[in-house]
Every structure is written in C-alpha cells, then in structure tokens.
Design a binder for this molecule. Sequence first.
Ligand code: NAD
Ligand code: UDP
Length: 310
Amino acid sequence: MKILVTGGAGFIGSHLCEKLLAQNNEVVCLDNLFTGSKKNIAHLFDNKNFALVEHDVERSYEFAVDQIYNLACPAAPVWYQKDPVKTVRTSVLGAISALELAKKRRCRVLQASTSEVYGDPQVHPQAETYNGNVNPIGPRACYDEGKRCAETLFFDYHRECGVDIRVVRIFNTYGPRMAEHDGRVVSNFIVQALRGQDITIYGRGEQTRSFCYVDDLVDGLIAMMDQDGDFVGPVNLGNPAEFTIKELAAKIIQLTGATARIVYEQLPTDDPKQRKPEISLAQEKLHWQPTTQLKEGLLRTIDYFKQKLH
Ligand code: NAD
Ligand code: UDP
C-alpha cells in the first residue's frame, strides 16, 4: 500500500514510518519540521519506498495514497503552548486537510487523538465513554480543544460524507527519538539524570501518569488502522500501569545511576492529577495490549539518550 503519515518526522511518526516500510509499504512522510527533525528519519532516506514532503497540514495537499495516518501536531505542553493559535489551526485545519483527501480518494484516515480529551479527569481510570473535564479557556485548551474538535470533524465527515475513519486516543508515550528539549517528563528526567542536573518535579510529584513504550503504541495504531470491522473508535491506546511522577523520578535515578537531586517546581495550570487508560475496548476489538514494562522501555530510552548526548 501507499501510506501517508502526517507528522512522520516526529517522535511517534518516525517509528510508525519505519514499521510501515518494514511491512513493505510505500510511505510518504508529510511534515513541517516544527517539532520533528530530519534526523529522526535520516536512516530511511535510502529506502526507495520512502519520501519526505515538507508541508504544513494547515494547507490542503494531494497524494494518491491508500491510507492516511494524521499525526501532525506538537504534543509536548511546552511546544504546543508556544503559539496556541497555530496549535488550534494545526489540529482543526489539519484534520480537515486529511479528511478532504480521504473523502476524495475514498481511503481510510486515522486520527491520532489524545488522552487530553479527558482533561483533568474526574473519572478514573478513563474509559472511552467518559466525556472529560477540559477547561476550554486555559493554557492547555489549544491542544485539548483542538484535538476534541478534530475528533468532532472526524465523526461528522464519517456521518455526513461516509469517510472511512479510525480514531485513537493516545496516552503518554515515550521512547527513543523523543526530542532532547521536548519538555515532557520522561525525556526531561533522563536528560537531567544523565547530565547530573537537578531533576525537576512539578508540584509535589503525586500526580500520576501511565507510560506506554513507543513500539507497543505503533503496533496499536496499525492494528486499529487495519482492523476491517465497522469499529471506528474512539479507542484508548496506552499502558495501564500507573505511576506517580515521584516514582518515575526514583526509577530513572536508579536506572541511570545518577547522583542528581530532586527539586520541586511550580505545578503548571490545569495539570491533570491522574491519568490511566481503560484498555478493555482495545483488547476486545484489536486484540492489542502493551507488552513492554516501564523498566525495560526506560532502559532502551536511556541507551538512546546516552548515545545522543555523547
Ligand atoms: P512530535 O512533536 O514529536 O511529532 C509531531 C510532528 O508533527 C512533528 O514532526 C512536527 O514537526 C509535525 N507538525 C507539527 N505541526 C505541523 C504542521 N502544522 N504541519 C505539518 N507537520 C506538523 O509528537 P509525538 O509525540 O510524536 O506525537 C505525534 C502525535 O501523537 C500528535 O498528534 C500528538 O498529539 C499525538 N499524541 C502523542 C502522545 C505522546 O505521548 N507522545 C500522546 C497523545 C497524543
Ligand atoms: N513533569 C514534571 N517535571 C518535568 C516535566 C513534567 O514533574 O520536568 C510533570 C508534569 O507536570 C505532568 C507530568 O510530569 O504532571 C507529565 O508531563 P508531560 O509534559 O510529560 O505530559 P502531560 O502533562 O501532557 O501528560
């Protein structure tokens, strides 16, 4: 198949491109290189089945493809809050660009949505039936509401125009090729530990997250795209093993053998207090569940950053 991956030069996108190529597909990676990097996909440039197109998804595009994975969007709070209006435009206009091409080509399109649609959840763990608790005017809203509107567009194009959609809600994912300055917790803590810098815990570190290793996540994306029933989602993809941020810091200090000390900084506004995916729908419909334990995934990510930082 010929497959388009928007945001393919980013962290998750680069792993997805790699896996799709390994399955003998042709891959077009569309990216404006805002948070992504050519370095993430440099090893794919020699593959004749791979092409990078530098383009902003705000503007329409046209490719003769059989599937579209729509991943283009900055995902780290520091980056999506740099230019909030642009983040909304990327999510909303980017969804329309992908859906219009899918409508024209009559091809399937998958949206990379997020656990952020649940906001600061009052229901725990989060199942797909929960409608969330998002502050529409806070600093995270550009991302959360942008992604919520993208889901709305996907379902409206599906109902109104018969577009063949798939929607996944991705929970915190980590692994090699996270950007060093990305600001997300796993990369921050590992980079700080390896450099002997202070480990910055925001708030008291009692907030929780559930971390999914990138290879598991990519398998889930492909399973959802390729399942041929009438199940369009939304479906949660994540690892339900839940940790406090303090526990994560302790694990990373232990695994890196760092002597770094922990410092406590201000908790960002609207930072969700707890997050854990309910994944029984993915297990039932996709026969998917993550298999990489946090320790194993962290060791692989630490190895990556050790090579990158030296
Ligand atoms: P990332 O920032 O590494 O990748 C995003 C990619 O999109 C980058 O390559 C960036 O350059 C590109 N991009 C951004 N704006 C664009 C635009 N206007 N036009 C074209 N390209 C653009 O982030 P990631 O972690 O790989 O996330 C990929 C997708 O998965 C995002 O849609 C994100 O919202 C979603 N997601 C990720 C996580 C996670 O934990 N990593 C969790 C939930 C959802
Ligand atoms: N966090 C932290 N120190 C950091 C970066 C993040 O304590 O250096 C916290 C952050 O406040 C949040 C959690 O770790 O509670 C996860 O943050 P991240 O930005 O990785 O993802 P998100 O908040 O989008 O889940």
